[in-house]
Design a protein around this ligand. Structure first.
Ligand SMILES: C[S@@+](CC[C@H](N)C(=O)[O-])C[C@H]1O[C@@H](n2cnc3c(N)ncnc32)[C@H](O)[C@@H]1O
Length: 318
């Protein structure tokens, strides 16, 4: 599940669990790749669905790998995990001695574990270092370092594009002014307070004004859109005939990438009439199973408000 900044306390429940598992159809058995293992909720349901399923879980967060491996230990050798970026799904499969999958799932975004651990710096509900890295093992830049390095226009672009924040320029200006005074933004509390002052926070506002800025920074720090298109393409290549791919996204930009990739892979050329020979890579490799994205039921939203922007798309390999 993905979470945006400052939402209400929510249980650690997988988003669209029933719907995603139904579309993956694990009763067929075989190897399922959970490309975003997290706390292993979806994996657990796949493993429970049939004694003939195996799961290879991938996550870029070592803590997620550790906790999910503990949770799923009862499945013995039917469950394995790999610390990696899902962009490298092909290599991960090869290293696990596998050549194809019955199903692939990606439940994009940040996990409850990441969001609810104050020192990971994803949430402004606690004052903590402004970190936001899903994988802190590779020496990637933290959100604080990003805000220290980027020029003002670039900060504004990130906040506008990934956060859909109309007041992005104003927020960027405030960040850079603060930087120029020699006071970097180092903690989640400092950033939340700065954004609230920059955009004006009215008591009783339903959503904290820093929510969109926190989401934008998180997407930028983790390069969450990078390689998503390529991942969908590679995942489809790794599926066996009638294998299923399901992707849950939480942001319109992510959903757009997934939707377009699935259209292209179902043979819809996007080149336009002026291009004589198709150059977009359209091919008939899958049947799209979700003409419209599947969204959480009223009941799920009531139980887990963090699921509110979730969209599930799936396809079956021809
Ligand atoms: C929404 S959570 C998944 C929750 C999981 N489905 C469950 O039931 O507990 C997303 C997870 O994907 C991981 N993740 C996000 N982008 C990734 C990427 N490019 N490669 C590998 N893991 C990624 C995050 O670290 C996080 O643990």
């Amino acid at each position: 599940m993905a979470a945006s900044g400052g939402g209400p306390e929510a249980p650690h429940r997988p988003v669209l669990l029933f719907e995603a598992v139904e579309l993956l159809d694990p009763a067929r058995g075989g190897l399922f790749v959970d490309a975003t293992l997290g706390l292993g909720g979806h994996s657990e349901a796949i493993l429970e669905a049939s004694p003939d399923t195996r799961v290879l879980g991938i996550d870029r967060d070592r803590e997620a790998i550790r906790l999910a491996s503990e949770r799923l230990a009862r499945f013995g050798t039917r469950f394995r995990a790999a610390h990696s970026n899902f962009r490298d799904i092909k290599r991960v499969l090869a290293e696990a001695g596998e050549t194809e999958a019955s199903g692939v799932l990606a439940d994009l975004g940040v996990s409850s574990l990441q969001f609810d651990t104050p020192e990971r710096g994803f949430s402004f509900r606690h004052d903590a270092p402004l970190d936001m890295r899903m994988d802190a093992s590779g020496g990637e830049e933290t959100a604080a370092e990003l805000l220290e390095r980027l020029p003002e226009e670039e900060i504004a672009r990130v906040i506008y594009e990934y956060g859909e924040e109309r007041k992005s320029r104003r927020i960027a200006r405030w960040i850079v002014e603060r930087r120029e005074r020699g006071e970097s933004v180092r903690t989640t509390g400092e950033l939340a307070a700065l954004v609230a002052r920059a955009v004006g926070y009215k008591r009783g506002d339903r959503v904290h004004p820093a929510t969109r800025t926190f989401q934008a920074l998180r997407i930028a720090v983790n390069g969450e859109l990078d390689g998503l298109d390529e991942f969908v393409e590679t995942a489809v290549d790794l599926l066996q005939a009638r294998g299923r791919l399901a992707v849950i996204s939480f942001h319109s930009l992510e959903d757009r990438v997934v939707k377009r990739a699935l259209r292209r892979l179902s043979g819809h050329c996007e080149c336009g009439r002026r291009v004589p020979v198709c150059a977009c890579g359209a091919r008939r490799a899958v049947e799209v199973l979700t003409r419209r994205p599947v969204v959480p039921s009223e009941q799920e939203l009531e139980e887990n408000p963090r699921a509110r922007s979730a969209k599930l798309r799936a396809c079956s390999k021809l």
